[in-house]
Write a protein that binds this ligand. Structure first.
Ligand SMILES: *Cc1c(COP(=O)(O)O)cnc(C)c1O
Length: 379
């Protein structure tokens, strides 16, 4: 990393605008080559300081709640798509003020809300239904929308071909951090089950989970998948990746607070797996730290833990060339997506500050959190 972190607060997320731009260039090239539209899935990354920049490249946002829809509408001001497993009656009217596309998770939801959508004054809101292709290659059940009895999307057995009047598109989401060969096989399942309904539609939304900005991602195959669907059915294709926009664009800068020994060397950091990097526990995975190695690779191995009282608030085992001591900085990589959006203040642990590095301007702290942010959520 070529950024000087010494002046940053700790802990602090640091997002590098140059790397966001690099990802956006790749995504835009897919749009330019295919005519498809790519949306930011705010669920994965909602650092709205960057929405004006993201809006220069992508067509808009997708949202899974009223608040996400409003954030995208107010901070980016481009297309706002919404999908949620169910809509809340008391929120739906306000949702319509922000939405351009609404995707329903069941035919009962579609029937319940369709008159409201279709009679909304002043703009045409397009509607879709989420289908479940009952095919996915996601190994972690927590992140697999197609596991048995999944509530996400209508299966072919429950699809109601006689209730499609007024629907403009279909939506599926069955990928997670995957390459385009998985997309190709998933699309075959979508076509087999739902292809007969596509000629009557305006669009097909491929959902998220496309790891497009990963170095080994096969973009040529993605382009072939998109043009195949567009040519065969005459529909417009949407993709709504979250992770791919912010993949490998940010860091979490942390500090060692203490080191202890309980049969092995332990270090406590001013961050927390459960509060600040919850996917470390949920996925689970072991994040990378700049300059650190696998256990035993360097002379000094430590188990790194967070400062909550949760016994399992453990980040992982790492080795370092020198012994760790209080005050040392540790920098975790790839911490921009699915971190800020999932954080919480369990145990009253404060959230990391948020900083942005811009070419020519250097690093700027764009948000710090304080006691009031904690207190205001509790009563
Ligand atoms: C989570 C989600 C996305 C974004 O997924 P990524 O893995 O971040 O690309 C897009 N669409 C839907 C419906 C989702 O649930």
């Amino acid at each position: 990393m070529d950024i000087d972190i010494r002046s940053l607060p700790s802990p602090c997320y640091l997002v590098d605008e140059r790397l966001i731009r690099r990802n956006l260039e790749i995504l835009k090239s897919v749009q330019d080559r295919t005519g498809a539209s790519i949306l930011l899935a705010q669920k994965g990354f909602s650092m709205f300081e960057l929405y004006p920049l993201i809006g220069e490249y992508l067509k808009g946002v997708t949202s899974s709640s009223l608040f996400e829809a409003r954030l995208g509408y107010e901070e980016m001001g481009k297309e706002v798509h919404v999908y949620a497993p169910a809509y809340v009656d008391g929120e739906f009217d306000e949702m319509l003020t922000y939405a351009d596309h609404i995707v329903f998770n069941s035919f009962d939801q579609w029937n319940r809300f369709k008159d409201k959508v279709k009679s909304y004054p002043g703009k045409t809101i397009e509607c879709g239904i989420r289908v479940n292709p009952e095919y996915s290659e996601v190994a972690t059940p927590l992140y697999d929308p197609c596991y048995a009895y999944s509530r996400l999307g209508v299966t072919r057995a429950n699809f109601r071909p006689d209730e499609l009047e007024g629907l403009d598109g279909l939506h599926f989401h069955a990928l997670c951090e995957q390459n385009s060969d998985t997309l190709e096989r998933t699309l075959a399942a979508v076509e087999e089950k739902f292809g007969e309904f596509l000629p009557g539609m305006k669009w097909l939304n491929f959902g998220g989970g496309h790891h497009i900005t990963r170095p080994d991602y096969d973009i040529e195959r993605l382009v072939r998948c998109i043009t195949h669907i567009q040519d065969k059915y005459g529909v417009h294709v949407y993709l709504e990746p979250g992770e791919a926009i912010a993949l490998n664009t940010g860091y979490l800068v942390t500090t060692v607070l203490d080191t202890i020994d309980n049969g092995m060397n332990l270090a406590i950091l001013d961050t927390s797996a459960t509060c600040h990097m919850p996917d470390v526990l949920e996925m689970p995975y072991r994040p990378t730290i700049l300059g650190a190695g696998q256990p035993g690779e360097f002379a000094h191995t430590y188990r790194l833990g967070g400062l909550t009282c949760l016994a399992g608030d453990v980040i992982g085992d790492y080795s370092f060339p020198e012994p760790l001591k209080a005050g040392d900085k540790l920098v975790f990589t790839d911490m921009a997506h699915y971190t800020m959006v999932k954080n919480h203040m369990f145990n009253g642990v404060n959230l990391p500050s948020i900083a942005l590095y811009r070419e020519g301007e250097g690093s700027k702290v764009v948000r710090r959190f304080q006691y009031e942010d904690y207190r205001n959520r509790l009563s």
